[in-house]
Design a protein around this ligand. Sequence first.
Ligand code: R1P
Ligand code: URA
Length: 235
Amino acid sequence: MSVHIGAKKGDIADKILLPGDPLRAKYIAEKFLENPVCYNEVRGMLGYTGTYKGHKVSVQGTGMGIPSASIYTNELIREYDVKKLMRVGTCGALNEDVHVRDLVLAQAAVTNSAFMKADFPNHTFAPIADYDLLSTAYDVAKEKGFNIHVGNVLSDDSFYKDDLSDTFKLGKHGVLGVEMEAAVLYYLASKYGVQALALMTVSDHMITGEETTSEERQSTFDEMMIVGLETLIKE
Ligand SMILES: O=P(O)(O)O[C@H]1O[C@H](CO)[C@@H](O)[C@H]1O
Ligand SMILES: O=c1cc[nH]c(=O)[nH]1
């Protein structure tokens, strides 16, 4: 057991889906995995392992924001030898061509978080997706006819902001959406030499104001889960 995950070594697959919301982890396990076993309830941050089309796969909630996601990502890689990590999250759209319920693949992630500065105070590290996972996920989504966009995202340290001018300016620089974890997932994957990808469903639109319900964020968005699982099991 690690500090925040109550599983034994071997209880967690080397391929994992990472939703922010632990109840989305439960939804994915119950709807998509065969024989799911809950390996973690510590802090209510649910984690499950089961099989998908014969492959052992896990799904673990990470909580919201970079500090929480970094704890789970660190422990999964360092204590449980997870090798392929795929975030399945939600984001707000920052581009008029990206619509609510569309999929966004984060090719890279801008961040206003200082976490990388702790390791590299004199550099601006560019957190990028694993190319093989990115290309596979894109192909899976296209084959299935899902609406998918690939590009930069913003991993923001704040959900509630008084001033959104920088957020909208980033949108004008091609950033497709805002979420809160992709950058740390990519940074830790590069640090430890494992593969990571962040896939988001657009849950709300920052420009048009269109939204989904909190119930829908917790327990639907099946297109994203299918792309995530199919990508993880392809070698
Ligand atoms: O739906 P999840 O995966 O939690 O992702 C997004 O939703 C949360 C904010 O509501 C943040 O964690 C953000 O990244
Ligand atoms: O971080 C997030 C997630 C979804 N929608 C947003 O506007 N921000």
